[in-house]
Ligand binder design. Structure first.
Ligand SMILES: Nc1ncnc2c1ncn2[C@@H]1O[C@H](COP(=O)(O)OP(=O)(O)OP(=O)(O)O)[C@@H](O)[C@H]1O
Ligand SMILES: [Mg+2]
Length: 445
């Protein structure tokens, strides 16, 4: 990491480390090297579900505000370390605040920015909070007290969301805020209909790589409870009666912490606000759920193929237990599973050598293809600078209306317009950017 600008750099590092220790961190280390990158402070916090939240902190004890270059550089490192599953979150602490551009960039990359006084407040709050009991506190609540939300839980929408600070076109990460999700009306209608009445029913969301599976799961989780001021003017949100009764649990099997029986069961119980039995095995957890589940609950199992391929503990017996839970009369039809995968559940199970009847309970399959043309046009028309109609036609044709390809082409067109470029040179660049995802165009509607 970059050198300290003052001699007192170490003092700020010590202050940060002490603050996290006071907040109850189970491990705090200075100057840690992670895949060749020097991390000022490395912190591990533990949640009631015994899930570990790992943070890389960059401390800047400068006399002037930290600018965008530091945020960009640190975001690259955080991205790498997250992909390597070495950390869950990146934080920059600056003694003299941050520039506006730095704050905007940090928001885009999901980097938390703190000043020393924020740490003081966090310490006071952590000390004032009653000792958390697993049954009383969700993982979200717990992580919020000590630090920013747990990465694995951070799939809900911020209520004070400043929409003007988001990029108009998002290409790459899943869409997390409903305002930036387009189309899929038909699939949404069918899916939400499965959960309007009891018993809740199970569904599979199938689609090729990068087709929009994760974005759809997150949209379903968030849309019914996002305040209307954060949505587009005519965006539908009334999919369910009394949406506040519903609980949504998002499980990302790319997260190795959810790849063990115990890790996953603890996570589910924590999200459900149910007590975690001392010995957290399948039978005991099922017992707790069947006695304690009162609200309609939809468990979203993203990338279940990863669970089947990489996590041997999640075997036939485990999936059978989940099936029994979803079908037991004690749970009163209040529990449904949605899985996302590249292929239908029965094939998925067969290819992984599993024969569990869990994979037969998915009575509805939504297969993700391109958006309809009118949905694609809405996405294109959301540009802050309107595109010439010849470009709109070209974007529709080249993208085949796949949302990721639309996003890439629109982003490139917008940049060219913003930069005042004349002519069609942007089209060549845009096609280059789209090239890694051309496999989508080979999938028939
Ligand atoms: N409904 C949508 N509205 C707008 N953009 C979308 C939508 N669905 C997907 N996208 C675009 O597609 C990209 C990929 O979406 P997402 O990550 O949800 O796909 P995925 O199928 O889960 O991918 P993977 O197979 O890698 O897990 C997003 O970055 C976004 O640009
Ligand atoms: Mg995905």
């Amino acid at each position: 990491m970059t050198k300290k600008a003052t001699k007192t750099g170490k003092e700020l590092e010590r202050r940060v480390a002490d603050a996290y220790r006071e907040m109850g961190a189970c491990n705090v280390e200075h100057d840690v090297e992670l895949v060749g990158n020097q991390i000022d402070i490395y912190v591990e916090l533990e949640t009631p579900g015994r899930l570990r939240h790992r943070i890389a902190v960059e401390a800047k004890d400068w006399a002037s505000p930290v600018g965008i270059a530091i945020v960009n550089g640190f975001a690259d490192i955080v991205d790498l370390l997250r992909r390597e599953r070495l950390i869950d979150e990146g934080i920059i602490v600056s003694a003299s605040g941050f520039s506006r551009q730095a704050r905007n960039a940090a928001r885009t990359y999901g980097i938390r920015l703190l000043e020393p006084t924020d740490l003081d407040v966090m310490v006071v709050e952590a000390k004032a909070a009653p000792a958390p009991t697993p049954s009383a506190l969700s993982a979200d609540d717990f992580a919020n007290q000590l630090s920013p939300p747990l990465q694995i839980q951070d799939t809900s929408v911020e209520t004070d969301f400043p929409t003007e600070e988001f990029s108009p076109f998002i290409a790459g990460p899943p869409i997390t805020h409903p305002r930036y999700f387009w189309g899929r009306e038909r699939e949404l209608k069918r899916l939400f209909n499965l959960w309007k009445r009891s018993p809740l029913q199970n569904a599979a969301v199938i689609g090729p790589r990068r087709s929009g599976k994760t974005s759809l799961l997150l949209y379903m989780k968030n849309i019914t409870t996002t305040p209307s001021r954060q949505l587009r003017p005519v965006q539908r949100a009334d999919w369910l009666p009394k949406p506040e009764r519903y609980r949504w649990i998002f499980v990302d099997f790319q997260d190795p912490r959810l790849g063990t029986r115990e890790g996953l069961l603890r996570y589910l119980l924590t999200c459900l606000n149910l007590p975690i039995p001392h010995s957290c095995d399948l039978e005991r957890c099922m017992d707790v759920v069947s006695r304690g589940l009162r609200n309609p609950t939809v468990v979203l199992l993203d990338e279940i193929g990863v669970a089947l391929e990489r996590h041997p503990e999640l075997d036939d017996a485990f999936w059978e237990g989940l099936r029994a839970l979803a079908t037991t009369s004690q749970v009163g039809g209040n529990l449904a599973f949605v899985l996302s995968a590249h292929e239908p559940p029965d094939q998925l199970a067969r290819h992984s050598g599993l024969g569990s009847p869990f994979f037969n309970i998915f009575g509805y399959t939504a297969t993700l293809g391109p958006l309809t043309e009118s949905e694609a046009r809405e996405l294109i028309d959301s540009s802050p600078i309107l595109f010439p109609s010849a470009d709109v036609k070209w974007i529709l044709a080249q993208s085949g209306c796949w949302p990721l390809l639309l996003q890439i082409l629109c982003r490139e067109r917008l940049i060219a317009l913003e930069e005042g470029e004349i002519g069609d040179a942007w089209r060549e660049d845009a096609l280059d950017q789209m090239a890694p995802f051309r496999h989508l165009l080979e999938v028939s509607r």
